[in-house]
Write a protein that binds this ligand. Structure first.
Ligand SMILES: Cc1ncc(COP(=O)(O)O)c(C=O)c1O
Length: 363
């Protein structure tokens, strides 16, 4: 790591990638897969790129056990476009959708869906500072809701569901941007899963969408072409020029996941990293973890220092110790360590060691 001057990167996204993937990308830049075309210079209509996108889709199906009748799409416009696109495709005339609002991203998803139809919060924890996710029974879903939307991991506040939320028998739509492929997921229990790639899956500029036959059947006549899921299914995610290099990186990240124990391996490593960091946070009153017990995220760990004035010192010293991306989001301040799949155990150990040292000097 030192040889290429890389730091311990705890950034929330775009986030650290496995060094093996970074090196593969570097090697592909002048010549992708011996095609003679560079990674950034190859046509999406070429056989070379078709093999890349096919490979990426197959790997995703394998790693996430995607049911055969579901479609896998690589779209653009980020998860933020999906806030509106899911609602546009799924809410019919006069229909409703219910939202579990557990942070800034689900607030935004709800706001966008409200442009399409009657979208309402079935649960909203903003008054409590978004410290936990709801348990089944904490909310009820409207009888006539077409679907329920939730955010599986709240990147900003550091909370996460550790169960499949009850949807009152309605289809589930999930924004899994910050924990896809890092925690268990039952794809068949959802009708739309969407995730920006830039945290657990690769680089920014690709949005993974996994969509069920039911969700595709909801498509209406007259939708704007680019916002109609059926457009992208019918063209194999190449209705317009896709993010070719981003899809290549995604394929390489999935290959790396497969070579490192698949989804199970990633889950296990993430649990171990999270246990180490939360263990340190719980050890002393010097630290004030944000999320409540059962809702703690294994991907984004958020905390304050008991003496908040020391937070800027912590960040400056961490940077000097070659640890970056630790500044908490402005909505809660403090410290946030994002530990996506590619964040190594070595990095987390370095952080915990630094924290102990910091406490011994400032505590
Ligand atoms: C849970 C979640 N949803 C949505 C977004 C927005 O994603 P994008 O920037 O790809 O639109 C983010 C970005 O951090 C996120 O963490």
């Amino acid at each position: 790591m030192e040889s290429v001057g890389r730091i311990h990167n705890f950034g929330a996204g775009p986030a650290v990638l496995p060094i093996e993937v970074v090196e593969e990308v570097a090697a592909a830049l002048p010549n992708l897969l011996d095609s003679g075309f560079g990674l950034l210079e190859v046509s999406h209509r070429s056989a070379t790129f078709q093999s890349v996108i096919d490979s990426a889709m197959e790997r995703i199906r394998r790693v996430l056990s995607v049911p055969d009748d579901y479609e896998v799409l690589f779209l653009q416009g980020g998860a933020s476009t999906q806030f509106y696109m899911t609602a546009l495709n799924l809410i019919g005339e006069g229909e409703k959708a219910d939202f579990l609002v557990t942070g800034g991203w689900s607030q935004k998803a709800l706001r966008e869906a409200g442009r399409v139809g009657d979208a309402a919060a079935a649960w909203d924890d903003s008054a409590n500072g978004f410290r936990s996710v709801p348990q089944d029974g904490d909310y009820s879903i409207r009888e006539d809701a077409a679907y329920v939307h939730y955010t599986s991991n709240n990147t900003l506040y550091g909370t996460q569901y550790h169960h499949l939320p009850d949807s009152g028998g309605k289809p589930r739509v999930v924004d899994a941007s910050s924990d896809i492929c890092g925690v268990p997921i039952d794809v068949s229990a959802h009708d739309v899963i969407y995730a920006g790639a830039q945290k657990n899956l690769g680089a920014s500029g690709v949005t993974l969408v996994i969509i069920s036959p039911w969700a595709l059947s909801r498509g209406k006549e007259g939708l704007p072409t680019m916002l109609d899921y059926n457009t992208h299914v019918s063209k194999g995610s190449m209705f317009n020029t896709p993010n070719t290099s981003g899809i290549y990186i995604l394929d390489r990240v999935f290959a790396w996941i497969e070579q490192n124990g698949g989804l199970e391996g990633a889950i296990e490593r993430n649990r171990t990293k999270a246990a180490l960091l939360y263990g340190e946070l719980d050890r002393s009153d010097f630290w004030r973890p944000h999320a409540h017990g059962g809702s703690r995220s294994v991907m984004n760990v958020t905390w304050r220092l008991a003496d908040e004035a020391l937070e800027s010192v912590f960040l400056a010293e961490a940077e000097a110790a070659r640890m970056g991306g630790l500044k908490g989001h402005q909505c809660i301040g403090g410290i946030r360590a994002s530990m996506y799949n590619s964040c190594s155990m070595e990095s987390v150990k370095a952080l915990v060691g630094f924290m102990r040292d910091f406490e011994s000097r400032h505590g």
